[in-house]
Design a protein around this ligand. Sequence first.
Ligand code: HEM
Length: 518
Amino acid sequence: MEKHILVQIIASLAVAVVVGLTLRLYSAVVATPRRLRHVLKQQGVGGPPPAFLLGNIMEIKNSQVISAAAATTGPPDSDNCGANCVASVFDEWRRQYGDIYTFSLGNKPVLVVNNYDVLKEVTKCISLDLGKPLYQAKDLEALLGNGILPSNGKLWAHQRKIIAPELFIDKVKGMTNLIQQSTMMLIDSWQGVIDAEGGIKADIKIDDYLKKFSGEVISRACFGSSYAEGEQLFKKFAALQQLTANKGVLLGIPAMRYVPTKQNRREWEVKRDVKELILKLVKQKSEENLEKNMLQMILQGAESSNLSSDAVEKFIVDNCKNIYIAGFETTAITASWCLMLLASNPEWQHRLREEVLGVCNGQLPDFGSIKQMKQLAMVINETLRLYPPAWVVSREALNELEFNNIRIPKGVCIWMMVVSLHTDPEIWGADSYQFKPERFANGTIGACKHPNLYMPFGVGPRTCLGMNLAMVELKILVALLLSNFSFSLSPNYVHAPALNVNVQPAHGVHLLIQRSHA
Ligand code: HEM
């Protein structure tokens, strides 16, 4: 009899657990997203109807496939810039539903904001209630962990306090030598290819060389190692990034990241390898007892945080991963796009070379001289306008917020479509899709109607910490390359901006590189 009662109790408990879990799942997947969309709809914000579980992911995915088919050979068409590879479906929704609309990323409602008054308030908001989307921390866990890029609240503030001073402009000034040396290594390798091909010019796919360059700079500047020492690590990062990008639509599906699919198992394995490699590097560098660099600061920051030893390890590994990932590919891709644009616009290439040679007067470009290269700054700004590596700046309302009388309930994400805003004719004028660096002659303020909507480095308190380093790095690199070579597009170049994690050239950038004075 007693046994019978026990079985009944266990069965009732099991039913209660199953019902509880089902209700929670229903709430997370159906009821909450529906309620959030309803709150927005009541305020006149519409959008495409979401499909069960996937939301609108398939429409976005299909529009990217169509955009990828728009690849062209030769110089880029005036409207085939970064905006072309991502924005088609978003532009269509904007036409249909207006400047503010909502779509669903899996079960997550996302508010896309193109309205300037609302954007003005979002970009100025400094509240910790406007944070990074929580889905990013979950979906990109293997890649970013809980480092500075996806974290929020007190943890984020603590990480920023540790990392920011290491990237202040006076610190970057001290990195000029190593940037010059890393560029000279790149120049030597291109000279070598040219020599092997007869000594005058060579057809070179530049992307991997530029990645090696930016990897060298970030390894030496932030971690006191070299690209060669960190090479294995960079390869693992690339593998992790590719595994994340391969997930495509699966990324948005709730709980998919826990399923031991072949892809997920591979991701867990690479993640373990990355952790081991970083910890080995940290151990080696702290034993060398060199001058303090970012690695040492992250180490100190972790140790002073009253964390358990596992948590200290995680803090270090996650933040090292974040710095590498934030600064490595973004800078390399910008350099690729910049050289592609200079190769397609010989008159600008000529103007910049004249400027560099005039300012440097036979010396290497350095921190002082690059400040005088106004046209170089204009070209880099224009590159980042047309091909911003980060095509969207995203946030989540971690508590209810209000912008320009629009109530944004907790849990709604906000997307600022950088690629669309950077080419919006209302902001930049009728020539918004064209490469015209002269628009930046008087800085961002003179270039467009709403300067806060030029956001290649993001906005507000979460603005890119590596902006100074990236700009100095790009200026020294381009100035030195222009003093040594001239560039034209190779017949092998296929222009196809594509969306991976960043906006990048799908088939790489092939240039004919000729030795100057050859
Ligand atoms: C052309 C090169 C680069 C571009 C276009 C770029 C762009 C960005 C963007 C768009 C964000 C997000 C901002 C936001 O959400 O508002 C960001 C964040 C960040 N970037 Fe960069 N970045 C570049 C280079 C670098 C470099 C070289 C480093 C470091 C060595 C770096 C470190 C960071 C960090 C640490 C954050 C996180 C800031 C935070 O959340 O508080 N970036 N970057």
